[in-house]
Design a protein around this ligand. Structure first.
Ligand code: DQQ
Length: 579
């Protein structure tokens, strides 16, 4: 029988030959030609808009997408992002740049990387930072060259004594990785280099996302000096029927505890995470597995699912994410882009599009079967007015308003106990195995045995609008299944938004543990964490009546059984200094 490495390299060579190497932009990078000019809107009117967020990262105006090259340098956090300086739609892409001392408040700088060489003249796309031994940061990023080929380039700070690193220079000999007739890499699907890591042979390794037909690939390159890169014999990993892998991310996690690890860390108590962003569905999925640093192969653990129905960081709007190791606080921090759900015309009119989700700590759950995520601790410094409820019963068919906090800009955490009512749960039928479908059919207004119960966020006075974040409990093969939903069917009376409802089954046992739910609410975004970070759903919503001080927040239970609220803490969230 052929060894796995031989069969994989054979597969790689075969699939490269099958690739067509078309030199054109892929469909997702749609250019809205008539919107590539700055909107004639004054900054002040931009800032006071109802949907502009108060504490989520966004620049003063225009379009943003993927997080790029996050890192910490001399105690300063750097955040770069895909930015269109000319409009509120995708195009003219440069690297915007901001710095921070706390990942909450940000100082904007001029764009760090913009088209200036033959190798990036048609766009400076996504990439990652690597801190070399000795502390020098290096950026590897995708350039779209004069022939519209995607190539990988190198940029470095001009002045290392400036902690804000406002000037960036490019390697004279860019590109450092390119599609050639010999390597047969698909020139329109070759992008988004990861943070590089050092192998046991002291060689750097980096992944670049790609595809051959529908086979997603993490192409591997190696280098001794970070300047000269050689294509490895085979990709680190590939998976059928996933389409192009954008923005791959590959990093080690400890099997015990929530401390982060440097990307080059190895050891017995270490597992690996490979995350890929699927262009076809705009979902970030990941697997957990082992990495053979000698053979340079990654093996997902048994039971891990590749592709769209696999594990996801977020089951809502969250894409092109990237982690970095925060050496100041020994944690791994995840950034992800939450695109708008409004239509292009509305985006152009408001003069901006896209926000970044609140950075999250990520670490391995003690089951070893999934990651956990939690908003970085620093965000709590924006907490203002607090409301605290004693434990209470929430009868079936009732709701309680959470007053005393700014409902449109808040942080709310609740614990629910349901063990006393578990005999009332409904049986999960086979046709409902798809959680997103189940959430959209059984919206918050559909009464169940146990659930729906949770929050009504962005609720209007008359409940003509609300975004419901809730649980429903089912019985399935003698076990319980906990469904978490973000129901957007009633989010806005404006029907021109994408009101997709999201859902996921959360690995919780309601017989033994309480069900926790936390939402970070911020004017047009709600990020909800259940089970201490086991499942996360981010939604973008644009109510027409529930805006500014008209927004209300409720805890509700629309099931026929009661649930017990064991604790409720809510805070108004202050505005962060961002733009
Ligand atoms: N966005 C970038 C690409 C990346 C895509 C272009 C993912 O580098 O593949 O703006 O959103």
């Amino acid at each position: 029988m052929a060894s796995p490495s031989i069969s994989l390299s054979f597969l790689f060579i075969c699939v490269l030959f099958l690739g067509k190497g078309v030199h054109q932009l892929e469909a997702s990078h749609h250019i809205f030609a008539r919107y590539q000019t700055s909107p004639k809107i004054f900054h002040k009117s931009l800032i006071n808009q109802a949907y502009r967020t108060g504490y989520h990262f966004q620049p003063p105006k225009n379009w943003i997408n993927d997080p790029n090259g996050p890192m910490v340098y001399k105690g300063i956090y750097h955040f770069f992002y895909q930015y269109n300086p000319k409009g509120a739609v995708w195009g003219n892409i440069v690297w915007g740049h901001s710095t921070s001392t706390d990942l909450v408040n940000w100082t904007p700088h001029k764009p760090a990387i913009f088209p200036s060489q033959q190798a990036d003249i048609k766009g400076c796309w996504s990439g990652s930072a690597t801190i070399l031994p000795g502390g020098k940061p290096m950026m590897l990023y995708t350039g779209v060259d004069s022939q519209l080929r995607q190539v990988q380039n190198l940029a470095m700070p001009k002045n290392l004594s400036d902690p804000y690193l406002t000037e960036w220079i490019k390697y004279r000999k860019n590109p450092v990785m390119a599609p050639t007739p010999k390597n047969k890499i698909n020139a329109s699907a070759f992008r988004d280099p990861t943070t590089a890591w050092l192998g046991p042979d002291k060689m750097w390794r980096v992944l670049v996302g790609s595809r051959v037909n529908k086979l997603g690939l993490a192409i591997l390159y190696k280098s001794k000096d970070f300047e000269h890169w050689t294509l490895a014999e085979k990709p680190l990993h590939s998976a059928e029927a996933t389409g192009i892998w954008e923005c791959p991310d590959f990093f080690p996690v400890k099997i015990d505890g929530n401390k982060g690890l440097d990307t080059s860390a190895r050891g017995k108590k270490v597992k690996y995470v490979l995350k890929n962003s699927l262009d076809e569905t705009k979902h970030d999925y990941y697997t957990i597995g082992t990495y053979d640093a000698v053979k340079d192969e990654y093996f997902p653990d048994k039971g891990m699912i590749e592709g769209d129905s696999g594990l996801r960081y977020d089951y809502g709007k969250f894409y092109a994410s990237k982690t970095f190791f925060d050496s100041e606080k020994q944690r791994r921090v995840l950034w992800g882009w939450a695109n708008e759900s409004s239509n292009v015309k509305d985006d152009v009119q408001k003069g901006w599009a896209g926000v970044q989700a609140i950075p999250r700590n990520v670490w391995l759950d003690k089951s070893g079967k999934q990651l956990l995520q939690w908003p970085i601790k620093e965000i709590e410094k924006l907490r203002g007015n607090q409301v605290k409820w004693p434990s209470k019963i929430l009868e079936g068919g009732s709701k309680l308003e959470v007053t005393g906090v700014t409902a449109g800009q808040a942080d709310i955490e609740v614990g629910f106990e349901v063990s006393h009512e578990l005999e009332k749960v409904e049986v999960l039928k086979e046709k409902w195995y798809n959680p997103q479908l189940l959430c959209s059919k059984k919206s918050a207004s559909v009464r169940g045995g146990l659930g729906p119960f949770g929050f009504l966020t962005f609720a209007s006075n008359t409940l003509s609008e609300y975004t419901a974040i809730f649980f429903r409990i089912y019985k399935h093969h003698k076990k319980h299944k906990v469904l978490m939903c973000s129901d957007q069917s009633r989010s806005s009376l404006n029907k021109y938004n994408d009101n997709t409802t999201y859902g996921v089954f959360v690995d919780l046992d309601p017989a033994r543990e309480q069900l926790s739910l936390k939402s970070l609410i911020d004017r047009s975004i709600v990020e909800s964490f259940s089970g201490g970070g086991k499942a996360v759903i981010t939604s973008r919503v644009y109510p027409t009546q529930a805006i500014d001080n008209q927004i209300k927040l409720f805890v509700f239970n629309n099931g026929t059984s009661s649930v017990k609220i064991t604790y409720l803490n809510a805070w108004s969230m202050k505005k962060a200094q961002i733009s």
